[in-house]
Design a protein around this ligand. Sequence first.
Ligand SMILES: *Cc1c(COP(=O)(O)O)cnc(C)c1O
Ligand SMILES: [Zn+2]
Length: 429
Amino acid sequence: MTAQLECPRCGTSYPLDEVRYLCDCGSQLDVSHDLGALRAQITRTIFDARQRGAPTPHLCPERDSGVWRYRELILPVPAEMIVSRPEGNTPLYQHPRLSEWVGVDCLYLKHEGENPSGSFKDRGMTVGVTQARWLGARAVACASTGNTSASLAAYAALAGLPAIVFIPQGKIAAGKLAQALAYGAHTLQVTGDFDDAMRLVQHICDEMGIYLLNSLNPFRLEGQKSIIFETIHGLNWQPPDWIVLPAGNLGNTAAFGKALYELQQLGLITQMPRLAAVQATGANPFYQSYQLGFRQAVKVRAETVATAIRIGAPVSYERAVRSLRWTNGLVTQVSDAEIMDAKAMVDRAGIGCEPASAAAVAGVRKLVAEGVIRPSERVVAVLTGNLLKDPAATVSYHTGEWPEAQFANRPRAVSAHPEEVRRVIESIL
Ligand SMILES: *Cc1c(COP(=O)(O)O)cnc(C)c1O
Ligand SMILES: [Zn+2]
């Protein structure tokens, strides 16, 4: 085995096939790869060759999946264990109007909302559910603000494993709840918020021997690293100056830093992009901690329209701090109004995303306005989720529930008279 579980705090290691999420010292665990050995083995051309592999009548994960293409850096399991849709291979969009609006010459949008279940969570879940199958788990579970449960439900169904999802009551977007139910997950609506549901699921999984697939799970983060691998591969290994992402539970922030660190150690990149993690002002514990020089892990009661980042006590705090250290990264915050305006711009470009994703774009715009990101720098913003995940947020923005909305596109009521309709259309064109 070329990988093991390793504690970033005290250095203790555990075998990869042991069911555990935390070190005995209480820290979260990393999947630690033997980078020295991999350095001799991994080249850019291996990944190119896999992507160009000849067609076959069956799914071939290392050719078809944007996660398993990088499998040596993710999870060394036999190919027949892999549970894949496939996921990844998401587009890297450019749009002149958006670049202009945020104020940089070169803005890429890595659209993770175009994964099979509509969010980047699929990249972690393909690995987490594969590991669950490898370990012989009898069931899998998670607590979720929505996208994790949608993704878990889909991959568990594919693997034939029972899935149990814990959802904070009444605080989940319609598209996400619909997916969990449709894919057949046993769905428990818990009184309380996400942080309450999170504590509960950990307790229950330990007690009942159910495999926990929250971002606490180190294997999910390994899959999410592929967002970075695929993005930089897609830029022909020329890393951007900045990678900007929304930050909630901090799983991606943790995963991105680890991915960049590994690419650098392997000699696949020589220049380190800077990470910028963006929070909503009403759910900004990581921003507050950043302001305190990370001397203290702040917790808040979270409230924001961006439900996917409505998290007050982020699970992957320590590893996210490490990511910022490795990448000379920073944290910023944007208001809900800024998030919804940025979303409207992304949507109107024909691309579309859910509110949390738009925080990344609003964050780029803010950092450019503050002079932190220079207009000549190359920026990748990660769109984490699909437009259709949260139709209620979109409709309320456009129908006037957001008084500050800058780009509302109100529907017009017309009578069924051709004359009136003609007048209205002529006034538009
Ligand atoms: C889960 C999720 C996030 C938050 O990511 P973290 O890794 O928890 O910080 C952001 N946007 C969307 C759409 C998500 O589903
Ligand atoms: Zn430890």
